[in-house]
Ligand binder design. Structure first.
Ligand SMILES: [Zn+2]
Length: 507
């Protein structure tokens, strides 16, 4: 829905009061508008053209997320406006008025910070910047007023600090993942989620397009708290944030296999945990494995599928001997991230628990390779008639199917949510097939822009892959039939009609 539709007042609209520079503004918006539209609308109402993002705060100074689900407020209690300078989001806040201190005070502070940094690796970059700053000042004209002997003393201390610091640094490991871990400080804006959003998050109709990256991070963070995983595994809340930032940084900006896809799969898993009441038939370790595997399942996806990896004989295909190269890679990246204590959400879990989570996560992520689809579905179908929640084989098959369902669950969502995903997927497919043509590699017909149509791409997939798989799950959890399978049939019928219409047009 466009901005033009936001001005009318009707049942689908909402209004909030905002205090900006002492003046109260009433902003009316549609419940269907996106967060970007809301940002634009509020900026227009406040007559500000700042590029910075708007953040609202309530009277208790809590950040209130500017989204269609924002709680309405009375005119007597308006939200206050703040602007988030995006340029300061990526770095460490480093505005400590160093310029106003004497060099001695400055150095004393550096020494204090340094002792902290040995304990807390997060401060290292900040400390390094300060040492450099101090060195520059020693060399600069502002030191003229100091006696030469004091300057020399400062120089020596800085030199010692620098050496100590380098010794305390981690061994040089230049791989991409580790580097990003060190650079990522958990500094994303924490949004207070409304009750409406918290409930909505548990449903398969949740609109995954309405959220920006930091909001998706907050929503996933909420899932870990709400599922009781933070308490169960004694997860350090800062580690959870840092881990999530690292996960986000290790998803590439592909048209389809990007961080939003990760969020979608995690959200659908969260929805299914609630819909099927999985917490009553699974342990916390199993729940943690399901949601964490969903989040990690496409880490560092390069945007070209296994067939390309194998045909082009890429490094990944060579490393994994053509056996699920991508899924093996996603899984390896997941555990590379967890191998850093600063990002290990299971740091406080026992070795035994970690081993169990690891073993199961590997199984689940490897199960997302569609080449194994038939085999995995056949196994579950064998069990459904006498499904036993205490049988390990039955449960393993179920968990593999659950992550597979979530991975390819877009068509389970309402049409206006699922359809844009199809465009994203085809864009990624066409990129691949164009490259395959250029490189003289085999091209799969379902990826070829000259052979594919949108309805054509979906009917077979829904009929032969999605419906049988969700129906198998529905035999164990009947609620899946009415909430998910029904939507799949609707989607199938819609695409079938489009194909019929296409045929008529050709005649
Ligand atoms: Zn995926």
């Amino acid at each position: 829905m466009g901005i033009g539709a936001l001005s009318g007042v009707n049942q689908s609209s909402k209004s909030i009061y905002i205090d900006y520079k002492g003046k109260i503004h009433k902003v009316i918006f549609s419940r269907n508008s996106s967060n970007e539209e809301l940002q634009y609308l509020v900026k227009t109402a406040l007559k500000t053209n700042k590029c910075a993002q708007i953040i609202l705060k309530d009277s208790d100074e809590n950040c209130i997320q500017l989204s269609p689900s924002i709680p309405i407020n009375p005119i007597s209690n308006p939200y206050k406006v703040e602007f988030l300078d995006l340029s300061s989001q990526n770095g460490i806040e480093n505005k400590n008025n160093d310029d106003t201190k004497t060099p001695q005070e400055f150095l004393a502070q550096v020494v204090k910070e340094f002792s902290k940094a040995i304990k807390f690796e997060d401060s290292k970059k900040e400390l390094m910047d300060r040492i450099t700053n101090l060195e520059n000042r020693i060399d600069g004209s502002r030191m003229e007023s100091l006696k030469a002997i004091e300057v020399e003393k400062c120089r020596k201390e800085v030199k010692d600090l620098r050496e100590m610091f380098q010794k305390a640094s981690l061994p040089k490991q230049e791989d991409r993942t580790k580097k990003q871990i060190m650079e990522n400080i958990p500094n994303y804006q924490k949004y207070q989620l409304s009750q409406e959003t918290i409930q909505y998050l548990k449903t398969p109709t949740f609109n995954i397009w309405h959220w920006e990256a930091n909001e998706m991070l907050t929503l996933i963070e909420h899932m870990y708290h709400e599922l009781g995983l933070v308490r169960e595994f004694n997860i350090n809340p800062t580690t959870l944030k840092r881990w999530l930032l690292c996960i986000q940084a290790n998803y590439r900006n592909n048209p389809f296999h990007n961080f939003r896809h990760c969020f979608c799969v995690a959200q659908m898993m969260y929805g299914m945990i609630h819909l099927c009441n999985l917490q009553s038939c699974m342990t916390k370790i199993e729940i943690a494995t399901l949601i964490t595997a969903a989040i990690c399942h496409d880490l560092d996806h390069p945007g070209y599928n296994n067939a390309y990896q194998i045909n082009a004989r890429t490094e990944l295909a060579i490393r994994y001997n053509d056996i699920s190269p991508l899924e093996n890679h996603h899984c390896a990246v997941a555990f590379q991230i967890l191998s850093n204590p600063a990002c290990n959400i299971f740091f406080n879990a026992s070795d035994e628990t970690f081993k169990e989570i690891r073993g199961n996560m590997v199984k689940l992520i490897l199960a997302t390779d569609m080449a194994k689809h038939k085999e995995i579905l056949a196994e579950l179908e064998e069990y459904v008639a006498s499904f036993d929640f205490k049988n390990k084989d039955h449960m393993n098959a179920l968990k593999m199917i659950l992550i597979k369902c979530c991975d390819i669950s877009n068509e389970v969502r309402p049409m206006e949510i699922s359809e844009p995903w199809l465009d994203c997927l085809l864009e990624e497919y066409f990129n691949q097939s164009d490259r395959e043509k250029e490189e003289g590699l085999p091209v799969a017909p379902f990826m070829d822009r000259e052979k594919v149509t949108k309805p054509g791409a979906q009917v077979g997939f829904i009929k032969f892959v999605l419906i049988p798989m969700f129906e198998a799950v529905a035999k164990i959890f009947p609620i899946v039939q009415e909430t998910m399978v029904t939507t799949l049939y609707q989607s199938y019928n819609r695409y079938s009609q489009l194909i019929e219409a296409e045929k008529k047009d050709k005649k």
